[in-house]
Design a protein around this ligand. Structure first.
Ligand code: SF4
Ligand code: SF4
Length: 187
């Protein structure tokens, strides 16, 4: 039985931490919150994260995806919630993906957790990534703490593990490491 991440705890620790002292949206016109070529923004919720929403938010549209039809590990079950937002959102309620961006987890084969810049291809350029602007240490540490909690869930662990192997295969090297912690957990 997989452990469930404590989303109340995660939302509390990520509520106020920001990548920079100032609003990074001023660097790019908040491009990660704007529709791209008129396409509405969308993101997946983590398993169980939907409990942090009532379902009646007028700034969120919900879709229920079948994980078999998308690129999820085979231990994920229907439904996987995909949400589309209409900016601006109430900041205190923003989904977890928005709180963790522009950082991502990378798991080494021995279970060591690295925090790196997001490497997926985005429809926009985030200057925090492209210009490698130094991020607040407390932001990086909070993201690491959040991933330690999320990775207690076998489904999330498998997803991150598969993404990490794929990243290593595609790039042939380890990404630049912003934070490293020993997770000491393998599925
Ligand atoms: S995270 Fe990156 S893309 Fe999003 S607002 Fe900040 S600088 Fe811009
Ligand atoms: S939910 Fe909020 S923070 Fe996230 S992309 Fe939409 S407007 Fe931006």
């Amino acid at each position: 039985m997989t452990k469930k991440p404590d989303y109340e705890y995660i939302y509390a620790i990520t509520a106020k931490t920001t990548p920079l002292d100032s609003d990074c949206g001023e660097l790019c016109g908040s491009i990660c919150c704007r529709p791209h070529r008129k396409k509405v923004l969308g993101m997946y919720l983590f398993p169980g994260e939907e409990t942090m929403f009532s379902g009646a938010e007028n700034w969120l549209d919900y879709e229920r995806h079948d994980p078999l039809l998308y690129d999820f590990p085979d231990n994920w079950e229907y439904p996987v919630f995909f949400v589309k937002c209409t900016p601006p959102c109430p900041r205190q309620a923003r989904p977890l993906s928005c709180r963790l961006f522009p950082l991502a987890p990378h798991l080494l084969q021995d279970g060591t957790l690295l925090i790196i810049h997001e490497t997926i291809i985005l429809p926009y350029r985030c200057p925090l990534i492209t210009r490698k602007i130094p991020l607040r240490v407390d932001f990086i540490e909070t993201v690491a703490l959040t991933w330690q909690e999320l990775l207690k869930d076998d489904r999330i662990y498998r997803l991150v593990e598969e993404d990490s192997r794929q990243r290593e295969t595609e790039t042939g090297k380890l990404p630049e490491i912003l934070h490293c912690s020993s997770l000491a957990r393998k599925t």
